[in-house]
Write a protein that binds this ligand. Structure first.
Ligand code: PEP
Length: 243
């Protein structure tokens, strides 16, 4: 089955109001893209970016949410608040959250349920460290993360899975095509619904995007650094569009 590609940008803790220009340039260059497009700015920019991109081909997402709807959680943001600010998606279980905030698979599953309850699409991230890969544990690690992080009820309408090898994030290193294909075939076999899109993430750039999008079972990309500049992100989108 061929699924519509999703090209998602993760701005991480980067961006001020002035950078909304980059988002507008992505929208301007892609009035009717074959691929679905998403930008996930820091929480401070979600409402402004959503307003700026209203009516465009580019959706807006968050980078995390709390598992609870509301309450005494200083500094946190609920899924409902993201939706209220204009987000349609939320990235969950990114390896930087798992490492910096000690998020467990159970935390990610609870956040995923909260995202669904708020009507958001959850982009659930999995991926092995270099030590785990070198020890031959890649598929075991990813299988456990998937089983623990994805609650019952995941479908293509409410969930996207992103395979992000930790050692490839922000390093300029990427797995071989065979390594990506192996993990994505495993994810396809183990995803609970055949319409769940499987993104690859980790040092995707304009130079390697076409090769990555051509790999079996790669239904798009989660892009960090190269999503910050419209010129680079647009080149990746063009590769996903096949143009
Ligand atoms: C990410 O952190 O989601 C990511 C893929 O980052 P980069 O593209 O910069 O490796």
């Amino acid at each position: 089955m061929s699924l519509r590609k999703l090209v998602a940008g993760n701005w991480k803790m980067n961006g001020r109001m002035a950078q909304l220009e980059e988002a507008l340039a992505v929208a301007a260059a892609n009035p009717d893209p074959a691929a679905e497009l998403l930008l996930c700015p820091p929480a401070t920019l979600i409402a402004a970016m959503s307003q700026a991109l209203t009516g465009s081909s580019v959706a807006v997402g968050g980078q995390d949410c709390h598992a609870a709807e509301a309450g005494a959680h200083t500094g946190d943001i609920s899924a409902g608040m993201l939706a209220d600010a204009g987000a349609s998606h939320v990235i969950l279980g990114h390896s930087e959250r798992r490492a910096d905030h000690r998020e467990t698979d159970a935390d990610v599953a609870a956040k995923t349920r909260a995202a669904w309850a708020a009507g958001l699409v959850a982009i659930v991230c999995v991926g092995e460290t270099e030590v785990q890969r070198d020890a031959g544990k890649t598929l075991a690690v990813i299988g456990a993360q998937l089983a623990g992080s994805l609650p019952e009820g995941a479908t293509g309408a409410n969930t996207v899975i992103a395979y992000e090898p930790v050692w490839a994030i922000g390093t300029g290193r990427t797995p071989t095509g065979e390594q990506i294909a192996q993990v994505h075939a495993f994810l396809r076999q183990n995803a609970p619904d055949a319409t769940i899109r499987l993104l690859y993430g980790g040092s995707v750039n304009p130079g390697n995007a076409s090769d990555i999008f051509a790999i079996d079972n790669v239904d798009g990309a989660l892009v960090g650094g190269a999503s910050l500049k419209a010129r680079d992100f647009n080149a990746i989108i063009a590769a996903a569009n096949g143009t």
